[in-house]
Structure formats: structure tokens, C-alpha cells
Ligand binder design. Structure first.
Ligand code: EZ4
Ligand code: CO
Length: 405
């Protein structure tokens, strides 16, 4: 099965997605997700200008060799642009192999370890009572785990809240320049424990709760938060500190038993190596789309499994249905799967462009047994929604200092 063409699409059916299509001389094609939020066109150029010419005529069955060829062959190792580009190709090749075999990708990985994929949802709000109302709604919808984010009194546009936007799609499709949002660590640290205290008072111990710090704290500040949240038994505290310096997490560990999760910005196993080896974390959140696809993430999953660390793949709206499907196949296969972040299937426009193999019921995702990844992409519909430049926000302290967003 020879590769005859590599097509790259960038469309905005409510938000931007980069989609790779690999065509072959046998008439089969494969689809991959190469969406890198806010830097989409760099990946498009990498794929079209630097990867495509190397793959025409190559054997589409050679997934591992192609991965190594693109990784080692670049000479310049790792990095989000390279690893997201490789991810798009890698997913498309797994999709193709599955279609050629007439099997879903999870069968090629080794079969299933479970029948369904537990997910956590997001309860966001401008106030504690609004956040807790949303938590109650999700519990009614069957969720067994929910992430709580709430606007900090006196701070507009806190991470995880929607402000005047009705949903993530509206928020993320219309940022012609990076919006700026204020940050104040002291206000945040004084407020968050109350949110979880009230959540436990109102909803009891059974519902599992999570929180995303979005890398805003120093190790000792994060240690204080993790310690103060201990009575509320979080499933995990996400991204308490940035992880370029992996030893940051060792410090938090010395102070608290709150489980820790990190990895959505990682692009290879090397970003997580010390964190995993030293057991500084409990959940690894790296996404297939940003870390070399199924081949890249599988290496991380297996390495984490050796250290009793479970997976919690990033599940934001800025990963396409192809990326979410790749996670579902890995999640249903991996023995050390933990939980999947899930914020819904997107809007009507997305549904006309992509169909996907997933169904939500009672706090879980179910994956069907279509061959390959099980996603379809409607090129004609996609063409109706051209790329729109859009950026993630940045944070600043009150005096103007640029902070982690
Ligand atoms: O900020 O996907 O846990 N989820 C998150 C996300 C990320 C965005 C970045 O593109 O932190 O909302
Ligand atoms: Co996050």
C-alpha cells in the first residue's frame, strides 16, 4: 500500500482544526489530527513543505519506521510544531492500517482492557453558586467526576470561566489577537479552598472533583494549595506549576498527598521522563495530537504504566474529533488508563464536517467498532469554513508583569 498523496486541510467549523489525509494506491485513505491551538499554520507549512515530499511513494504500513524517520530525520528533536505534524501523519497511518485490516485501531494495539471510558466534565462559573449549580447538572447527567473552575472575586476572565461567552467554541473562535487577562496569586489561593469546601458540603464525598491551576503558581505556593485541598480529596490537581523544570513537582510531592496531573503541553516522552521515573505525578495528561500521535503517546503510556501512573489525556475543544478518537482507542486498550477529559462533541458545524465513533452515556464514552479510527471528514462541508486567526489569552499581574496563562 503506497502513499500517493498527503493532503492538509485547515478549517474553522466554529474553531480551527488541521486535518491530514493520506491517500494510497489501493484507494484507501487515512485521517489524522494536527491541530496546534494558536499556531495552526506553522504545522500546515511543516506538513506541506517538509513532510509531504518525503512520504510520496513510501509504504503506508510502515508506521514505526515513518515515525522514526520523521523524528530522527528532522535532526532538530521534539518541539510542538514537529511533534504535532508527526502526530497528524501517525494517526492517518494507524487509521489506514485499521481500514486495510478491517479492524478498529484498538484491536491493532492489543485489544480492549475495558468496555467503556470514564470521563470527567467541566463545571465552570462566575460565582461559587453558579459553579456548583453546573456541578449538580453534570451529576444529574451521570458524571462521576467533574473539574471545578470559578472566577476569582475581583479578577475578570479567570481561566476556565466563560465570561460573557456562551460556550468554549464561541470563546475560542474569535481572538484576532491574544486577549489579556488579569492574575493575582494571593486572591486565587485565598479563594479556591472555599469552592471545594462548599462543593463537598453540598454534594458529599461520592462525586470525584478536579481542578486545573493552569501553571500559575510557584512550587511552594502550589504545595500550600495542594495541602489545603487535601480534606476535599481531589481526583487530581492539574498543572499546579509549569513543568519545563520537572523537579518543581518533587517539591509539591514533599508537602501533600493531593494527586497531581500534568502534561497537556508536553510533546514527547522526554518532557515526562523524570516526572514519571521519580513518581512526582499520578496522572499523565499528554495528548496524541501534540506528542507524535498514537505511536508517540503509546510510548508514554507504557512507560507511565511501569510506575503505576495512569493516563488522563487532554480533551479540550481544540483537539479535533480525530484526535479524540485516537485517545478513545488508546484509552480502551491501555491497562493504566485513568480518566478522559470530556467537554462534549462540539456544535452543529462540526457535526457536518466530522462524524466520530463515540457516544456519551452516564459518565462514560463508548467506542464503536468501525475499522481504523472510525472518523469521517467531509471536505466539501469543511471548505465552507475557512481558517480564522485566533490566539490563546495571556495573563498579566496588576502592575503589567506578564504571567503564565
Ligand atoms: O488551555 O486546550 O485542561 N484543559 C486546558 C485547556 C487548554 C487549551 C489550550 O489550547 O487546560 O483548556
Ligand atoms: Co489543563
Amino acid at each position: 500500500m503506497k502513499i500517493t498523496n498527503v493532503k492538509v486541510f485547515v478549517n474553522c467549523p466554529d474553531r480551527n482544526f488541521v486535518t491530514v489525509k493520506i491517500e494510497t494506491d489501493e484507494g484507501l485513505f487515512g485521517l489524522g489530527d494536527a491541530t496546534l491551538n494558536g499556531r495552526e499554520l506553522a504545522v500546515v507549512a511543516y506538513l506541506k513543505e517538509h513532510i509531504k515530499p518525503c512520504l510520496i511513494g513510501k509504504d503506508a504500513h510502515q508506521i514505526e519506521d515513518t515515525w522514526q524517520y520523521l523524528y530522527k530525520g528532522a535532526y532538530w528533536r521534539r518541539g510542538p510544531i514537529t511533534m504535532t505534524s508527526i502526530a497528524g501523519i501517525d494517526m492517518a497511518l494507524w487509521d489506514l492500517k485499521g481500514k486495510a485490516a478491517g479492524m478498529p485501531v484498538y484491536q491493532l494495539l492489543g485489544g480492549t482492557s475495558r468496555s467503556k471510558i470514564r470521563v470527567y466534565g467541566h463545571a465552570n462559573g462566575q460565582t461559587i453558586s453558579e459553579t456548583l449549580e453546573n456541578l449538580g447538572r453534570l451529576i444529574k447527567e451521570g458524571y462521576t467526576a467533574v473539574r471545578l473552575q470559578c472566577a476569582i472575586p475581583g479578577l475578570e476572565g479567570t481561566y476556565g470561566t466563560l465570561g460573557d461567552k456562551k460556550d468554549y467554541l464561541e470563546m475560542q473562535s474569535s481572538r484576532p489577537l491574544p486577549p489579556e487577562q488579569p492574575w493575582d496569586t494571593n486572591k486565587y489561593l485565598n479563594f479556591i479552598p472555599t469552592l471545594f469546601k462548599k462543593a463537598r458540603e453540598e454534594y458529599g464525598e461520592e462525586i470525584q472533583l478536579l481542578h486545573d491551576v493552569h501553571s500559575r503558581l510557584t512550587p511552594i505556593e502550589a504545595s500550600r494549595l495542594a495541602k489545603e485541598l487535601e480534606p476535599y480529596h481531589l481526583l487530581f490537581l492539574e498543572d499546579p506549576v509549569p513543568a519545563e523544570n520537572q523537579s518543581n513537582y518533587k517539591i509539591i510531592r514533599q508537602h501533600s498527598t493531593t494527586p497531581l496531573a500534568v502534561g497537556e503541553v508536553f510533546n514527547s516522552i522526554w518532557d515526562a521522563k523524570e516526572l514519571i521515573e521519580n513518581h512526582s505525578i499520578d496522572y499523565i495528561r499528554t495528548a496524541a495530537t501534540h506528542a507524535g500521535g498514537i505511536t508517540g503517546l503509546r510510548k508514554i503510556i507504557d512507560f507511565a504504566g511501569l510506575h503505576q501512573i495512569r493516563t488522563a489525556p487532554h480533551g479540550p475543544p481544540d483537539i479535533s474529533p480525530i484526535g479524540h478518537a485516537a485517545h478513545a482507542h488508546l484509552n480502551i486498550w491501555a491497562n493504566n488508563f485513568g480518566i478522559q477529559e470530556f467537554v462534549g462533541f462540539g456544535g452543529e458545524k462540526m457535526a457536518t464536517v466530522f462524524t466520530h465513533p463515540l457516544a456519551y452515556a452516564e459518565g462514560h464514552l463508548y467506542l464503536n467498532d468501525l475499522p481504523g479510527l472510525g472518523v469521517s471528514f467531509n471536505e466539501q462541508e469543511a471548505e465552507k469554513y475557512p481558517y480564522k486567526r485566533s490566539y490563546l489569552p495571556v495573563s498579566r499581574l496588576e502592575d503589567g508583569t506578564l504571567w503564565d496563562w
